[in-house]
Design a binder for this molecule. Structure first.
Ligand code: B12
Length: 246
């Protein structure tokens, strides 16, 4: 299907963008914002909001028309390739495939101190009306918290005999999230040279779900992930691994 953006009337092509320029707020700054928007293909481009951000920066919102069409048939997405299960079904699947509890070790690695996301997945109180992994009888959760070194994470995962390692990365400055995800993948690959490493799952609001293979991990979860999705994924993959080992 071919669509174009909608602002005031259907198909009018109106969009809104926001950005910051490293110049103090002035008429020239607003003109610069309009010039940038025009170069981005917005015509006409209206600066509808400009606000100083400290002495040397200005934040802008620009509203304007673009002429581009988008083709939804050309959009590529990572489809869910595992069934969504209830907690009872996850527990049953784990019991059947592992015949013991699944061990999940989670952490925010590097300097990242944003624990709300990993806690939303792991803590019993959960997220979006779903209980976290701690609620699942057949999952043992070891949540290491924030600012964990990759070596510490690896050592604990080995000590616990982890089936899965969950890594959260929220800060993306200078692509720190990608760097840390790759460091985790490399450390586990080195520690398990013959394969058999735990499932590696990374998550955070600015990851592309399609990035898993390039990062060397088994799955990437993005913004809005719910604990049930993660539990269902883990149950599915652990069952597949157990099947292979038989
Ligand atoms: C709360 C918060 C903080 C709190 C964190 C408290 C805590 N204990 O976590 C405090 C005040 C400490 C903080 C500090 C900083 N913050 Co802050 N913070 C936020 C804020 C407002 C909300 C983040 C949050 O809790 N979201 C709610 C959770 C539920 O969502 P989520 O993290 O996306 O998690 C979901 C998914 O992504 C996914 N998920 C996440 N992790 C994982 C892991 C796995 C395995 C899986 C499966 C899924 C998964 O599942 C979750 C549920 O759906 C964001 C802005 C925003 N609105 O997002 C900025 C933000 C993340 N912070 C930012 C910054 C810059 C900082 C500081 C550097 C500020 C400073 N100059 O000091 C410091 C850094 C500290 C550090 N060393 O990390 C920036 C990051 C920018 C960037 N590009 O990297 C943001 C985006 C704000 C901004 N716009 O500038 N911050």
């Amino acid at each position: 299907m071919i669509v174009r953006p909608y602002g005031d009337t259907t198909g009018d092509g109106m969009v809104q963008v926001s950005f910051t320029l490293p110049i103090p707020h002035s008429k020239v700054a607003e003109g610069a914002a309009a010039q940038l928007a025009a170069k981005m293909g917005m015509d006409p481009a209206m600066v509808v909001h400009a606000r100083p951000m400290g002495p040397g920066f200005t934040f802008f919102v620009v509203y304007g028309r673009v002429s581009h069409l988008v083709d939804t048939d050309a959009v590529e997405v990572v489809e869910r390739d595992y069934p969504l299960l209830t907690p009872a079904e996850v527990n049953t699947a784990i019991r059947r495939s592992l015949r013991r509890r699944m061990v999940v070790v989670g952490a925010c690695v590097g300097t990242d101190a944003h624990t709300v996301g990993i806690d939303a997945i792991l803590n019993v109180k959960g997220f979006a009306g779903e209980k976290g992994l701690e609620y699942y009888r057949e999952i043992k959760v070891v949540n290491l918290g924030a600012q964990v070194d990759v070596e510490q994470l690896l050592a604990r995962a080995v000590e616990e005999g982890a089936d899965a390692v969950l890594v959260s990365q929220v800060v993306t400055q200078r692509d720190a999230h990608l760097l840390h995800a790759r460091q985790v993948a490399a450390a586990f690959a080195a520690a398990y040279p013959d394969g058999g490493r735990p499932l590696l799952v990374v998550g955070g609001p600015r990851f592309e779900e399609s990035a898993a293979a390039g990062l060397g991990v088994d799955r990437v979860f993005g913004r809005g992930t719910t604990p049930g999705e993660v539990a269902s994924f883990l149950a599915d993959r652990v069952a597949a691994r157990a099947e292979l080992a038989r």
